[in-house]
Design a protein around this ligand. Structure first.
Ligand SMILES: Nc1ncnc2c1ncn2[C@@H]1O[C@H](COP(=O)(O)OP(=O)(O)OP(=O)(O)O)[C@@H](O)[C@H]1O
Ligand SMILES: [Mg+2]
Length: 444
């Protein structure tokens, strides 16, 4: 359990890092990269290079002799000091400046989720901070529970508390109830207190936003149905055409193929959010009190098995703690696949007969689950062609496979030049355990 003192210390470090990153961006055109951030953090806590190396995947000599000297020079340059700012004086110097400059707080409209725990994601945050000043639209997608909302909530918190990147305001809007564009626009008018200024329609809203610097997040975009998406595409095109300085972040469990037409634009980017890296995921095991996670190959195997998904790993660690006395070794004697309640309900929505997957999509997933459970190896594309080409044409099959991949339901690997398909273990478990396979005639 983290003590309050430790939390304050951490948030002081986060503020310092935010300020250093802002300065680095304005003076050097970039943020600190992942490895510089590791050295900065280590130096902040007075760690030796040996300790920093133990906590990372980099060699001690590389951190000490290559990364650190360049970082001290960079800090000296961005703070405009005569010489370098080295390891020993870093913390006192940077804290003093943070206090002196003071931290402006930017208003957040709407309610980002609370952040209960947050590990890793330094690279993703640095990337997002660079993108929000360059892009008009960022589409963040990834499977349920992978940490999309938490990541963007963290970004909001850092921007709001840190030196403003010149943003006037930040807006958090959930669209998980599937509003039409008109409903969304009316709701944004209300949140921004624009009622009465202009007609509450798309053009009016965009006129109001055109010259402002803002960040608007629409969370839960997967709830926007196929029929509504056409209007949303028009709205987005209009938005990126007209808005000069603001950025819209869309978050979704799936990648909509309709978006592909927008991707040629330089002011749009898409980010597929993957799971946590091994080190950060280990912190979940630590926080749940597992006794034998350190240095164990089984802990790494579990993290990879669950694709670093923090929701799955948290649920798993709680089960291990509750039923196996916190021992991964003991759990391994009976190893099984657990599905968190969060994913279970996401799958139920997806596999529901209405509004979820297409019939063909379900059929492919069920077939893959059945094949993989028999053979325990990926299914190659020619196998799928052989099975499905009798009932559909090639382009429909390819499009459906792309769709399923965009929903993180299937995974594609290239093996000896051929596309091969697998299912993430939790998807396979869900499909097999829900008896979706029965009655399809696919499972022998
Ligand atoms: N970086 C992280 N470190 C530790 N825990 C995390 C991290 N990111 C997410 N989590 C945990 O995982 C859970 C799910 O995260 P989050 O709600 O952000 O997922 P999501 O991708 O938005 O899911 P959904 O698609 O269902 O909205 C949260 O309860 C959070 O505590
Ligand atoms: Mg979310």
């Amino acid at each position: 359990m983290r003590t309050q003192g430790k939390q304050e210390e951490d948030s002081e470090l986060e503020l310092a890092l935010t300020m250093v990153n802002e300065l680095a961006l304005s003076k050097k055109g970039r943020y600190l990269n992942e490895i510089e951030t590791i050295v900065f953090r280590g130096a902040w806590y007075g760690q030796s290079y040996e300790k920093m190396a133990q906590n990372s995947t980099y060699a001690q000599s590389y951190l000490h002799n290559t990364v650190a000297p360049d970082l001290w020079k960079l800090l000296g340059e961005i703070f405009g000091t005569e010489g370098r700012i080295g390891k020993r004086e870093l913390r006192s110097y940077v804290s003093r400046i943070v206090k002196k400059v003071g931290l402006s707080s930017i208003p957040i409209l709407g309610e980002p989720p609370d952040i209960c725990s947050f590990y890793g994601r330094e690279g993703e945050l640095a990337n997002l901070k660079a993108q929000i000043v360059q892009k008009r639209l960022i589409y963040v997608y990834g499977e349920a529970g992978i940490g999309k909302s938490t990541l963007i909530a963290k970004l909001f918190a850092q921007i709001s508390q840190g030196l403003s990147q010149g943003f006037d305001f930040l807006v958090w809007k959930s669209v998980c109830y599937g509003p039409d564009v008109e409903e969304l626009v009316a709701s944004l008018y209300k949140m921004l207190n624009l009622e009465g200024d202009e007609k509450a329609n798309v053009s009016g809203l965009i006129n109001q936003l055109r010259w402002r610097r803002f960040l608007i997040v629409l969370d839960g975009f997967e709830a926007i149905n196929t029929k509504q998406r056409r209007d949303y595409m028009k709205f987005l095109l209009h938005f990126i055409e007209e808005v000069v300085d603001g950025c819209l972040i869309l978050m979704s469990r799936e990648f909509f193929l309709e978006l592909s037409v927008l991707l040629n634009s330089r002011c749009i980017s898409t980010i597929k959010l993957e799971g946590l890296d091994i080190q950060s995921a280990m912190q979940i095991f630590e926080s749940k009190g597992l006794s034998d996670y350190k240095g164990g190959s089984k802990a790494i195997e579990l993290i990879e098995y669950y694709r670093g998904n923090p929701t799955e790993l948290t649920a798993l660690a709680e089960k291990i703690s509750c039923f196996f006395g916190g021992s991964i070794e003991k759990f391994y004697e009976y190893k099984t696949t657990f599905i968190s309640d969060h994913s279970q309900s996401a799958f139920q929505q997806l596999f529901a007969l209405e509004g979820g997957l297409s019939d063909f999509g379900r059929e492919i997933v069920i077939y893959l689950a059945s094949e993989i459970s028999k053979e325990s190896k990926p299914v190659d594309f020619s196998n799928l062609l052989g099975i499905f080409s009798r009932k559909t044409d090639l382009s429909t099959l390819v499009r459906e496979l792309e769709n399923l991949e965009g929903q993180s339901l299937i995974e594609k690997k290239n093996i000896s030049g051929e596309a091969c398909y697998m299912l993430p273990p939790v998807v396979k478990k869900y499909v097999l355990s829900q008896a979706l396979v029965q009655g399809t005639g696919l499972r022998k």
